[in-house]
Design a protein around this ligand. Structure first.
Ligand code: 5GP
Length: 200
C-alpha cells in the first residue's frame, strides 16, 4: 500500500508524516529536491538535496517515479526505494504535492491511497505560511497563489482530513490504513485459497 499525504503548505503534512514514519511497517519515501536546505532539515532524512544539473540528469536516466516543479524548485520521488519497500510488504508513505499524488495514483491504481490534509480555514493556512518565515517572499507568494489549484485537486483525493488536532489526524489515518488493508482488492488471495481448498 502507498499512503500519499498532500495538501497546501501549512496544513501540517510534515508534522503528521514525522509521526507516521516512526511506525515499524512504514517506509518513508525521502524525496529529492533542488530547494535549498532549511536550517532545521537533515540531508537524507527530510530530503536529498541536489543541484538542478543532478536533478535533470536523474530525470534523463528515468530514476523518478514522478517529479514536478513546485513553487519554483524541482521535487521528485525515486522509483527504486519505493519498489523495494513495496516488495518487502511495507506501507510506503509519501509527502508530495497534489499533481505528483494524482500521478502516483495513475501509476499505482490499486496500491495508492490519497489523503488530502487541510486546515479549517484559509486564515489558519495563511497564518501558518507567513509564520513559517523560512521561505523567501517570492516562494511564499507562489505558495499562496497555488492554493486554489491545490484545493481543486484535493476533491479528487480518496480522503479529505481536517487537521484540527494532530492526534485526531493520526487516529483517522490509522483507521484508514486498517480499512484499506481489508479491502477486497488486497485480499483476493484469501478467497482464492479457500476456493482452492474447496476444489481439492
Ligand atoms: P517544502 O518545500 O515545503 O518541503 O515542499 C513543498 C511542496 O513540495 C510540498 O507540497 C511537498 O509535499 C511537495 N513535495 C515534496 N516532495 C515531493 C516529490 O517528491 N514530488 C512532488 N511532486 N512533490 C513533492
Amino acid at each position: 500500500m502507498i499512503i500519499v499525504i498532500s495538501g497546501p503548505s501549512g496544513a501540517g503534512k510534515t508534522t503528521i508524516t514525522r509521526r507516521l514514519r516512526k511506525l515499524d511497517n512504514v517506509f518513508y519515501s525521502v524525496s529529492v529536491t533542488t530547494r535549498p536546505k532549511r536550517e532545521n532539515e537533515v540531508e537524507g532524512f527530510d530530503y536529498r538535496f541536489v543541484d538542478v544539473e543532478t536533478f535533470k540528469k536523474w530525470v534523463d536516466e528515468g530514476r523518478f517515479l514522478e517529479y514536478a516543479p513546485v513553487y519554483g524548485n524541482y521535487y521528485g520521488t525515486l522509483k527504486k526505494p519505493v519498489e523495494q519497500a513495496l516488495q518487502k510488504g511495507k506501507i510506503v508513505l509519501m509527502d508530495i504535492d497534489t499533481k505528483g499524488s494524482l500521478r502516483v495514483k495513475q501509476i499505482f491504481k490499486d496500491e495508492a491511497v490519497l489523503l488530502f490534509l487541510i486546515t479549517d480555514s484559509v486564515e489558519t493556512l495563511k497564518e501558518r505560511l507567513i509564520g513559517r518565515g523560512t521561505d523567501p517572499p517570492e516562494v511564499r507568494e507562489r505558495r499562496l497563489n497555488n492554493l486554489k489549484d491545490e484545493l481543486e485537486d484535493g476533491k479528487k483525493f480518496d480522503y479529505i482530513i481536517k487537521n484540527i488536532s494532530i492526534d485526531d489526524v493520526i487516529n483517522a489515518i490509522h483507521s484508514i490504513i486498517r480499512a484499506e488493508e481489508l479491502k477486497s482488492i488486497r485480499n483476493q488471495d484469501i478467497i482464492n485459497k479457500l476456493l482452492s481448498d474447496l476444489g481439492s
